[in-house]
Design a protein around this ligand. Structure first.
Ligand SMILES: Nc1ncnc2c1ncn2[C@@H]1O[C@H](COP(=O)(O)OP(=O)(O)OP(=O)(O)O)[C@@H](O)[C@H]1O
Ligand SMILES: [Mg+2]
Length: 237
């Protein structure tokens, strides 16, 4: 049973290697990190430092070789494959840089089908409300190819938030958008997160954006560096 005062995310000494033979890389080198409920964390660091991999571990999509991952107080490694998939579907919303919408489904179906698969009875009206929340009600019958990049990312955001996850993880959600569209997506994401009291973990290369988060976590070579906002006061643009 998850207790209310448990952190949203708690990692303890997480190690992970990926790849085989000479391509094997020790990607995460003993990551310990605790994220409070409702906190917004900006995950920054050079390319290849392990940011995306760390998000995948937090989202239960990669299993660490050693160490533990707890979400809302529940250890992920104790769950079987099916239970893990259900837990993930209910608790964690994921937004990727490149949207990952299903091209043969309309905007509405992209949001509704995953809900339906997770056993939600009123999937379609709920998906409709989520599309409305991101301002896309009148684009519900459009296929991804008929939507702009910003609109596709809003559908992806609606899909991620539809199950009312307690944790939203976003991997460079504005990386494929122009600056002003990206800014709108970020505003929307922060507003929706705030309305629902969710925890947000955001990978970004944009230092203005990470400075807007409650906390910045900096990765280098699979390790967490001393928090930037403790050593150097945040520079706000
Ligand atoms: N399946 C894999 N097999 C081998 N190495 C991998 C695999 N996936 C990732 N890596 C390596 O792990 C390191 C971290 O990758 P990751 O994608 O987490 O970096 P990142 O910080 O998200 O970088 P970027 O900012 O470029 O997106 C990289 O050096 C990458 O080459
Ligand atoms: Mg990445």
């Amino acid at each position: 049973m998850a207790l209310l005062d448990e952190p949203a995310v708690e990692l303890e000494n997480v190690h992970l290697s990926l790849g085989r033979g000479p391509a094997r890389v020790h990607v995460l080198n003993g990551i310990s990190l605790s994220v409070a409920r409702g906190e917004t964390v900006g995950l920054v660091g050079p390319s290849g430092s392990g940011k995306s991999t760390l998000l995948m571990v937090m989202a239960g999509l990669e299993q660490p070789d050693a160490g533990s991952v707890k979400i809302d107080g529940a250890r992920l490694d104790g769950l079987g494959e099916d239970a893990l998939a259900r837990f993930r579907g209910a608790k964690i919303g994921i937004v990727f840089q490149s949207f990952h919408l299903i091209p043969t489904m309309t905007a509405l179906e992209n949001v509704a089908i995953p809900l339906e698969l997770s056993g939600v009875a009123d999937a379609s009206p709920r998906a409709m409300r989520e599309l409305e929340a991101v301002g896309l009600k009148d684009r519900r019958a459009h296929y991804p190819a008929q939507l702009s990049g910003g609109e596709q990312q809003r559908v992806a955001l609606a899909r991620a938030l539809a199950p009312n996850p307690s944790i939203l993880v976003a991997d460079e959600p504005t990386g494929n958008l122009d600056e002003s569209t990206g800014e709108k997506i970020i505003e929307l994401m922060f507003a929706l997160k705030r309305d629902r009291g969710a925890t947000l973990i955001l990978v970004t290369h944009d230092l203005t954006l990470s400075a807007r988060c409650d906390r910045e976590v900096r990765l280098r070579s699979g390790r967490i560096e001393a928090p930037a906002n403790v050593l150097w006061p945040k520079l706000r643009a």
